[in-house]
Design a protein around this ligand. Sequence first.
Ligand code: DOR
Length: 448
Amino acid sequence: MGGDITFRGAELVLSTGVVDGDLAVRDGRIVAIGAVEQPVGEVIDARGLTILPGVIDPQVHFREPGNEHKEDLETGSRAAAAGGVTAFLEMPNTRPPTSTFAALEDKLARAQDRCRAHYGFFFGATPDNADLTATVEGACGIKIFMGSSTGTLLVNEQDALERHFAGARIPITVHAEDEARLRERYARYAGATDPGLHAVIRDPQAALIATRRAVDLAERHQKRLHVLHLSTAEEVAFLRERPDDGLVTTETLPQYLWLDASWYAKLGTHLQMNPPVRDLRHQRALWAGLLDGTIACIATDHAPHTLEEKALPFGEAPSGMPGVELSLPLMLNAVAEGRCSIQHLARWMSEAPARIYGLTGKGRLAVGADGDLTVVDRKLVRTVHADDLHTRAGWSPFEGWTLRGWPVMTVLGGRPVFRDGAFVEGVFGAPLRFDPAPRVPRAPAVAS
Ligand code: DOR
């Protein structure tokens, strides 16, 4: 059941530009933008606030079923909503993995009336389930781990990869790190104790080899490919040179945009994630790739592990860090610092994820679109404290960072789910619907 709500005098981030005006949502859909003559529902004085199309995080790990001590759909989605995220796409490396139809149905059933944001789930590829990836329904995409990471999912054999790409009818997403190179380098660095070696072992070549391999498969089979968490300058250069045929899209993460290899000395295994945080050369290339449209969107790869798990020595500590709750403040801070515009942010964090996965009704402020809104105060300055966060992980690599620009209200279909620091009782997300386009060309440049 959709809600009614009217905002007066907000800054509205439309795909055509930024304007001041009102916005009304009736029965869950946006019905008016500009000067609203007849307000509906609660009327909110939004002067000084900015309304973005609901932020979508297209890559999170919420750990249910199987590792609920790290996170579950309830805590993960609370973290999302508190961070201004109205929809998330969740990864299949749970226990058991989401690689059977029964496991996908189970996740969808668990999510119902528990998630505080709209939800979609990836279907996991295994060496022998290409009959399922070819026919799966109700998933946002297929996830292929081409290199080992958290969990058991891995598809490295060429014939299995060919089968998945041949049969897929929904977007294929890849964790692109080359398994053979990873194994060889883990053997070479066996016994290493310095977390800084993480980015040396899982080096840029490992990422580039796998990304090239995935692109080759996508081109030969003419299938949509989304390369997850792009981390290297070399991959940006490779993808930039590809024709803009809409076949291949990619994303990057706030961790790569804000942190760099110098942070291993301070954060140790807390900074460890796959693919790794790398040096500044890569960070600069990722920013450039976003700004020129080579990289379409921003995800978080929210990958919660407990402090106890992260305190294990390098080699035993798991890879990944939480992020779903802070990606928007981090990117609003980037806007405040002049690194990008608020329109870039809306494109990377809402419009592009909606286009890539064909999220019906999402991704823009327009009459007729769903009333999913992220209301932010671009001037609000606040410092990150783990105690204030909602993830069960209980920590953040950004602890102590002071950021300018924070969400103040998260609205699902016209109904606030999180406002002024508190959850609204009884408001839950719905399953996303998917209608992915066969091609997703780069979007035209926006003025920064
Ligand atoms: O660092 C990572 N952690 N990378 C992944 O690919 C998986 C994730 C996790 O699930 O922990």
